[in-house]
Design a protein around this ligand. Sequence first.
Ligand code: BDR
Ligand code: CA
Length: 313
Amino acid sequence: MAPRKIIIDTDPGQDDAVAMLLALASPDEIDVVAITVVAGNVPLALTAKNALKVCELAGMTSVPVHAGCDKPMGRPLVTAEHVHGETGLNGPDLPEPTMQLDPKHGVDAIIDILRAEAPGTVTLCPLGPLTNIAEAFTRAPDIVARVQEIVLMGGAYFEVGNITPTAEFNIYVDPQAADIVFKSGVPLVVMPLDVTHKALVTKPRNDAFRALGNRAGVAVAEMTDFFERFDKEKYGSQGAPLHDPCVTAYLIKPDLFSGRHINVEIETTSELTMGMTVADWWRVTDRTPNALFMGDIDADGFFALLTERLARL
Ligand code: BDR
Ligand code: CA
């Protein structure tokens, strides 16, 4: 089977970086047509630079990287330096990138690719706030029906929230954009905190990355070393959750994940619960299902896949 064409829309972020490395290391299954960058974990200038650094770390400098939106659609930008460090990619000492950004804006890149490729052949993989995707859908409604699927990291039901008591970071940063995407009618696969909080980088798992001995393996171990201090303090967990790689792992091995096809709506008005993903997990409404909302992961299988693919870089 031909590899699946994807656009990664991202705000790197250590876990975004691991998600990108997994995709770039898996050319038999995944064809990364473009990477579009958005403001989120840190401001756009830093997420864009980090995306270039990660492509260079993977040795994949031919993938076009486009800077997209520098702020959410209707709210001021909220960032997460408290989790990711002031660069967004604290941990490894990666060289300044020599690779350049593609001059085309990320939103234009999404629109142009979807218009150029055959309908139903491009999957969008958002790993950050949904601003670029929603802007593209708003400016070019004709592209919406051309998207094969959106596989995204965002939201939570049982785990509720990580940036507020009721909201997950990616959805909270741009709830208006998330609302547009969740109402778009495009088939959605959602990796919420309910899944990603089970994808924990325990010490043996991180030792396995480091023991690969290649630049990517060591860099990933250093990223998660940094990233985990926050979650260990907060949740008392065994290690950092690798949120965003759940998206790219799903494209390679969907059977690692299980969930329910349900209705998910986004809270966009209440300041108290802004950005909450109101997921009808128990199917107590007659609202039309719009998302495959994941609830569980084979974590050992996930880390085995990740380690095997990082070894290829
Ligand atoms: C999400 O927020 C970011 O901090 C991570 O990169 C991930 O995409 C988790 O809530
Ligand atoms: Ca992210």
